[in-house]
Design a protein around this ligand. Sequence first.
Ligand code: URA
Length: 237
Amino acid sequence: MERLQKVIANSGYCSRRKAEDLISAGKVKVNGTVISELGFKVDGNDQIMVNNEILSREEKEYIILNKPRGVVTTTRDDKNRKTVLDLIKTNKRLYPVGRLDYDTTGALLLTNDGELTNLLIHPRNKVDKVYIAKVRGFFDKESSLKMSRGVIIDGVKTAKCFVKLKKFDKKSNSSLVEVVIHEGRNHQVKKMFNAVGFDVLKLKREMFAFLDVNGLKSGEYRYLSIKEVKQLYGLVK
Ligand code: URA
């Protein structure tokens, strides 16, 4: 038996807080009866309706994908481009946790667990994302320091972050730079480099939290273990 608000949140319908509001507002029915008590418990056989819609209680799936270049991180694309979901064989309605750009590669988590998704992308939870960027030119110490202290993008300063030059290749005149951020603003890494005068030639997300894509070829994915799912919840609860 589980608390009604937990079951609603776990289904991906909304956050637990929102589920509590819906219950208190009398918007939730269990087996046809309005339940406005927050401690109410249900089991797998109970039919739950929220706002007069039956709640789908499908099994949760958690996937880490090594996203290739040239694929969009949405569930549907109006330009008919290939989406990350086209790469995954499942009958569940999965959705990506956050976004990677069309040309960005690497670690992307997909799940139908709305509660975990909400927690992982909430800025308060500061989940680390590790990126490796290939940038044009020599990435000097001063630019590195500036970036790590925070730069203004779209009028708002970025949080302090970890930045490290890994390698400079004289022949191609490019640098490989590791950046660890916990925010998730639109095109954040590219814009941070632009703010200190560098162009990103390639971008890969090496890790999302503690999850990497080692052993996965581009376009390949694997299911998370129960231990990994618990570890993710442990980070954000
Ligand atoms: N920052 C970017 O600029 N692009 C991404 O895809 C992810 C982070």
